[in-house]
Design a protein around this ligand. Structure first.
Ligand code: AMP
Length: 367
């Protein structure tokens, strides 16, 4: 029998499911590790149910793997390192350590000359007062670890907010960041192969509400070579410095044309979902090609795309499918307020048509 190449993915959410959907046509098989029974990736391969720090469960999921990868940046680096004795693990566990700590993330950027908001580490109330004096207000206080989608953060506008932020977040390592008066949020998704080749998808523009991504437009409005070069300069040095293999993303603030890095995601990213239909090669396929040491695919856009997240409830299926150029992705998750349940991508020949269709779609996909 022809041997099947198995990929083990730590985490079995929608990102794992979309990795499987991209990899099955390439002849791959998948096994996942996820703490929740009935995880979305169960549609594309067996899921070992276990905590991500359960080394025995992780080893069971990794049995027979040609490569181990992950779809969640919260995977403990110790689990990734432990599995490294059995199979190659990509991206490297150090990428997890850097991305899991907002201070390490900012310091990695700074060391490479990548701009960020001004920041100070905060461990005590006295540190917070000193950081507010140095950085000024408004500012954003965030937990160094464990925050995502706007959770674990508090905006400080007046001195009174300092007490409230400390009462809410104090007691764990924090970071205070200057509030960036950005015009828009962008992101850049890139892939780096085992041989060091890097390819970047076009820069995209992201709209958030309540800290959660709602809409991505690809390419970003006003996209040109200069913007692309500036965005690539915010990710390529990081991937090289980390010895990174796979797909990664840097979320950016565009403040008057200056790009500042906000967050690194060491995995496929929600702002790259449009690539499934909107690019020559999707982020999911290229992630698999990279971690397996296979040739990378072209990252050029096919026309213009937009992606709308379905949050809390799924839109009416037939209404979405009636929109020209719309592609529905239902992750098969139980509805819950604030939960990402699916997304819809529209592809169009140009940005004008893309924005027209996006307007239609926004009427259908509502929270
Ligand atoms: P994060 O969890 O760091 O991705 O932050 C969630 C959202 O909060 C971002 O997408 C921004 O809209 C906003 N935000 C985070 N940090 C800052 C900052 N330093 N200045 C202004 N807005 C911020």
């Amino acid at each position: 029998m022809r041997p099947v190449t198995q990929v083990t993915v730590l985490g079995g959410g929608q990102l794992g499911r979309m990795l499987g959907l991209a990899g099955i046509p390439l002849g791959l098989s998948f096994r996942f590790l996820d703490p929740t029974p009935g995880a979305p990736a169960g549609a594309v391969g067996p899921v070992v149910t276990g905590a991500l720090d359960d080394l025995a469960a992780a080893a069971e999921a990794a049995a027979g793997a040609a490569v181990v990868t992950y779809e969640w940046e919260g995977v403990p680096a110790a689990t990734a390192r432990h599995l490294g004795a059995r199979a190659p693990v990509w991206p490297p566990p150090r990428a997890l350590e850097v991305a899991q700590d907002r201070l390490a993330e900012k310091e990695a950027c700074r060391a490479l000359g990548i701009g960020t908001a001004p920041y100070r580490a905060v461990d005590t109330r006295a540190d917070l007062d000193a950081a507010v004096r140095e950085i000024g207000l408004p500012a954003v206080c965030k937990t160094r670890r464990g925050g995502y989608d706007g959770k674990g953060q508090h905006v400080l506008r007046t001195r009174a907010d300092v007490d409230a932020a400390w009462a809410r977040l104090g007691g764990v390592p924090l970071i205070l960041e200057g509030f960036v008066p950005f015009e828009r949020e962008l992101s850049i998704v890139a892939v780096r192969g085992r041989d060091g080749e890097v390819r970047c998808w076009p820069v995209v523009e992201n709209e958030h509400a309540d800290g959660i991504l709602r809409v991505t437009r690809a390419p970003a409005p006003g996209h040109d070579d200069a913007l692309q070069r500036r965005a690539e300069a915010c990710i390529v040095p990081l991937l090289e410095e980390l010895g990174y293999v796979g797909v990664g993303c840097v979320e950016l603030f565009d403040a008057g044309g200056t790009l500042l890095a906000n967050e690194i995601a060491p995995r496929v990213h929600n702002s790259g979902h449009w690539t499934i239909e909107g690019a020559q090669t999707s982020q999911f396929e290229n992630h698999l090609r990279a971690v397996l040491g296979w040739p990378l695919g072209a990252t050029d856009a096919r026309g213009a795309s937009a992606m709308v997240n379905c949050i809390g409830t799924m839109p009416e299926r037939d209404a979405v499918l009636a929109v020209p150029g719309a592609h529905l992705h239902d992750y098969g998750k139980q509805p819950r307020p604030g939960r990402k349940l699916g997304h819809v991508t529209v592809t169009a020949p140009d940005e004008r048509r893309r924005d027209e269709v996006l307007d239609m779609l926004r009427q259908i996909v509502r929270d």
